[in-house]
Write a protein that binds this ligand. Structure first.
Ligand SMILES: *Cc1c(COP(=O)(O)O)cnc(C)c1O
Length: 472
């Protein structure tokens, strides 16, 4: 492709994107295709001769788009969002165009220094201790894995990195029964073993019970285990439950474990001073991760990982092959040494665009609005005789279910709610996902999409009650 042709199609694509966002609500939010439907329309082999962009774009519209779920639709209320925003998309254009691989300072000084500065901004914005350091990772799963590996290395004086596991060292990791699967995955990859992830019981709010944590640690020590790490969840994936950080942090201090905080989704709420209580005790923690790519209007992927002690992080991951030695050496950050992959995308740019374009107040305003919309939805569900709330709402996630009288059988209610979810999602007008709370199928209404407004939440509620009524 010639540059002039690139220019023509670049403009065409920008127009397409603008039209897409203008009419995004007309698309079925959850793709209705069935398995195999897309691949059937794709050729067995790549073309031997190049094809015109006209044809490629036509196939994008006809063959690919129908199989896309529209995560940026304001009718998307499922999972947690991977929200985006116009300034973020613009920055992604530029990142793609620069095509820089930002593994070390020298390979793009601006990428490194912008990242350093933006991480400092975030530390101030969400109220982390000002002497912590931050680095962008691809996902929270990677951040949590990095935390587990650092915990392992600190506990063994960096021995596992050198020699592998010492014999008879049995590590244990603690998290609540509601904590994210990435902790178990991390334990597998870090060589700790998923059987050594101990799930601590939760209270009525689905938050970890610190007394149970301490009992478990004491019992483990008496059986020869080494308590390595506690992972506290600020906002669990199922219901955004908030583990009580301060008492957990005191236990961590007493037993000298690594304390990692997984705030993948809810970390963004810390931009609101009224939510800062969630991280009371943070100075006693060692690491913290949250995803601007979930609720802070920044395109996937962009996960912000913060540590109290960057020396431990760098000593765990640094590498010194000859071909990577540079003159700037240790006067600068070389982010390849701050995580798992060597190569790195220029992710700080989109975050910079977002923070500058929204401003801190603009972000706070949107976040508060999402929470208020969730409060509205919660009131509807609470007041309706055929619905009930299934977990306390901590911010913008409402957990509810359909419970028409006289149905009380749990299996029947579970089936009914799965059916309600499937029927709603099949309309193409709403996308909800579910979880289980105390073994009961529970629908989750997550009000966090960048462009969601009151009318979308009202439409969602109306559809829920209308479709539910047809299931009787
Ligand atoms: C989404 C989520 C994760 C995983 O996030 P990725 O960035 O997709 O790895 C981890 N923990 C919690 C609490 C989450 O909600």
């Amino acid at each position: 492709m010639e540059l002039s042709e690139f220019n023509k199609y670049a403009h065409e694509i920008v127009d397409w994107i603008t039209g897409y966002y203008r009419h995004i609500e007309d698309f079925a939010v959850k793709s209705p295709v069935s398995p195999g439907e897309i691949i059937r329309n794709l050729p067995e082999a790549p073309p031997s001769a190049g094809e015109p962009m006209e044809d490629i774009l036509a196939d994008f519209r006809q063959k690919i788009l129908p199989g896309m779920t529209h995560w940026q639709s304001p009718k998307f209320f499922a999972y947690f969002p991977a929200n985006s925003s116009y300034p973020s998309i613009l920055a992604e254009f530029l990142t793609a165009s620069l095509g820089a691989q930002c593994m070390s300072w020298e390979t793009s000084p601006a990428a490194t220094e912008l990242e350093e500065q933006i991480m400092k901004w975030l530390i101030g914005m969400i109220g982390l201790p000002s002497d912590w350091s931050g680095v962008i990772q691809d996902t929270a799963s990677t951040g949590t894995l990095a935390a587990l590996i650092c915990a392992r290395e600190r506990a063994t004086g960096f021995l596992v990195n050198e020699e592998g596991f010492p014999p008879n060292r049995k590590f244990r990791i603690y998290c609540s029964s509601e904590a994210h699967s990435s902790i178990e995955k991390g334990a597998k990859i870090a060589g700790i073993g998923k059987q050594n992830v101990v799930r601590i019981p939760v209270d009525a709010n689905l938050a970890m019970v610190p007394g149970e944590l301490e009992k478990q640690i004491q019992s483990d020590i008496s059986q020869g285990y080494f308590p390595l790490c506690i992972v506290a969840a600020i906002g669990t994936t199922g219901t955004t439950a908030i583990d009580p950080l301060l008492p957990i942090a005191k236990i961590s201090e007493q037993y000298k474990t690594w304390l990692h905080i997984d705030a993948a989704f809810a970390g963004t709420a810390l931009v609101l001073p009224e939510y800062r209580w969630m991280i009371e005790g943070i100075e006693l923690a060692d690491s913290f991760v949250f995803n601007p790519h979930k609720w802070m209007f920044t395109n996937f992927d962009c996960s912000a990982y913060f540590v109290k002690d960057k020396e431990t992080l760098v000593r765990t991951f640094e590498i010194f092959p000859e071909y990577l030695k540079t003159a700037a050496g240790n006067r600068v950050n070389n982010y390849r040494d701050w995580g798992i992959p060597l190569g790195r995308r220029f992710r700080a740019l989109k975050l910079w665009f977002v923070l500058r374009s929204f401003g801190v107040e603009g972000i706070q305003e949107r976040i508060r609005k999402h929470i208020q919309l969730a409060v509205w939805f919660e009131m509807q569900a609470a007041q309706h005789p055929d619905f009930e709330l299934m977990a306390p709402r901590s911010m913008n996630v409402v957990c509810f279910r359909y419970k028409p009288s006289p149905v009380t059988d749990q299996d029947q209610l579970n089936r009914l709610n799965m059916e309600l979810k499937e029927s709603l999602n099949a309309t193409g007008n709403i996308y909800l996902s579910h979880t289980k709370v105390h073994d009961c199928v529970t629908l989750r209404m997550v009000v966090a999409q960048t462009h969601v407004e009151q009318r979308h939440v009202e439409q969602a509620w109306n559809q829920i009650i209308n479709i539910a009524a047809t299931l009787r």
